[in-house]
Design a protein around this ligand. Structure first.
Ligand SMILES: *[C@@H]1O[C@H](CO)[C@@H](O)[C@H](O)[C@H]1NC(C)=O
Ligand SMILES: *[C@@H]1O[C@H](CO)[C@@H](O)[C@H](O)[C@H]1NC(C)=O
Length: 270
C-alpha cells in the first residue's frame, strides 16, 4: 500500500510540472510584469496578454468568450488553485485538523504529523508532503466533500461499498489526484477556456461558486463507481481515472444540461 501511494503521488506531481510548462509555451503571450517562469500563478493575473489560441498540434483550437461574471469567477478559482499548501500557515493547519475531525470524529488526532494520517490514505505521517505540486485547493475539496456529502465521504474513506480489491487505491492521495485531473480536464490554468467542456463548466461556476467543489465530489464518487465496475486493482488506477474523465466529459456535454445536479453521476452521491 505504501509503495502504491508513493507511485500515485510522484506520478501526480510529475504531471503537474510537465503540464504547467507547455501551457505557458503554447499560448503565444506577450506578458508584462511579474511573470514567474514555470509558475501558473501569473496566468490570468493582471497581464496584458496578446494570445493567439493556437497549438502546434491543433492549429485552430477555439477559445470561448466569457461574460464579465464568468471571467471574475474563473479568476477567483484560479487564485484558489495558485495557493500552495503551506504547513506553516495557521489556516492551512486548521483545515487539515478539520479534515481529520470530519473523517474520524471519534478518534483524537495526536498531531499534524502522526502515523494516524495513513488511516486516511496519506502516504506517510505528514500529509503536507502529499500536496507537493498540488495546492491548498485539494484539501479544500476533501473538506467540502466531508461536510456536504458526509455519507458518501465516509463510504469512500472506509471502502464500504462493493466487492473490493485487495490492493485498494489510497483514499486521500486519490483525492489529490482527482483535483489535478479536474484542473487539467477543465483547462483551468488557461486565460480562457479552450475546450467546450471548460466553457460549459464556467457557466455553472458563474451560477454557483462551489461548482468546482461539487464537481469534485461527483467525480470522486464516479471514480469509485468505475473502480468497482472495472473490478480494478491498484495497477489499473490510471485506466480508471481515464474512464472517469471520459464519462464526465460526456455527461458535461449533454445538450440539455442546465445544472451540475442534473449530471447522471450526481445521483451516485448521498
Ligand atoms: C494520478 O496518478 C497517476 C499514477 O501515478 C499518474 O500517472 C497520473 O498522472 C496522476 N494524475 C493526475 C491527473 O495527476
Ligand atoms: C451551490 O452549490 C452547493 C453545493 O451543491 C449548495 O450547497 C449551495 O446551496 C449552492 N448555492 C447556491 C447559491 O445555489
Amino acid at each position: 500500500m505504501i509503495e502504491a501511494t508513493h507511485s500515485l503521488l510522484s506520478g501526480g506531481s510529475r504531471r503537474v510540472l510537465t503540464g504547467a510548462i507547455p501551457a505557458i509555451q503554447l499560448l503565444f503571450c506577450i506578458v508584462t510584469a511579474e511573470a514567474v517562469a514555470g509558475s501558473a500563478a501569473w496566468l490570468g493575473r493582471g497581464l496584458s496578454c496578446v494570445c493567439a489560441q493556437r497549438r502546434e498540434s491543433d492549429d485552430a483550437r477555439p477559445s470561448f468568450d466569457l461574460t464579465p461574471a464568468q471571467e471574475e469567477c474563473l479568476q477567483k478559482l484560479q487564485n484558489r488553485i495558485d495557493i500552495p499548501y503551506d504547513g506553516s500557515v495557521p489556516e492551512h493547519q486548521e483545515a487539515l485538523r478539520a479534515l481529520w475531525n470530519a473523517a474520524f470524529p471519534e478518534e483524537e488526532l495526536h498531531g499534524l504529523i502522526s502515523e494516524q494520517w495513513k488511516e486516511m490514505g496519506w502516504q506517510g505521517k505528514d500529509p503536507s508532503t502529499d500536496f507537493r505540486g498540488g495546492g491548498f485547493i485539494s484539501l479544500e475539496n476533501l473538506l467540502f466533500f466531508a461536510r456536504n456529502f458526509p455519507k458518501s465521504f465516509q463510504d469512500l474513506l472506509r471502502k464500504q461499498e462493493g466487492d473490493r480489491s485487495v490492493w485498494e487505491y489510497p483514499f486521500a492521495v486519490a483525492g489529490v489526484n482527482i483535483t489535478f485531473m479536474l484542473i487539467q480536464m477543465l483547462d483551468l490554468e488557461a486565460v480562457k477556456p479552450r475546450t467546450m467542456v471548460g466553457a460549459m463548466f464556467l457557466k455553472f461556476l458563474a451560477e454557483n461558486e462551489s461548482a468546482f467543489d461539487l464537481l469534485y465530489c461527483i467525480t470522486f464518487k464516479l471514480m469509485d463507481h468505475q473502480w468497482l465496475t472495472m473490478r480494478a486493482s491498484y495497477m489499473d488506477f490510471n485506466a480508471v481515472m481515464k474512464a472517469t474523465r471520459r464519462q464526465l466529459e460526456k455527461e458535461l456535454l449533454a445538450e440539455d444540461l442546465t445544472r451540475l445536479e442534473d449530471l447522471p453521476s450526481y445521483k451516485l452521491l448521498t
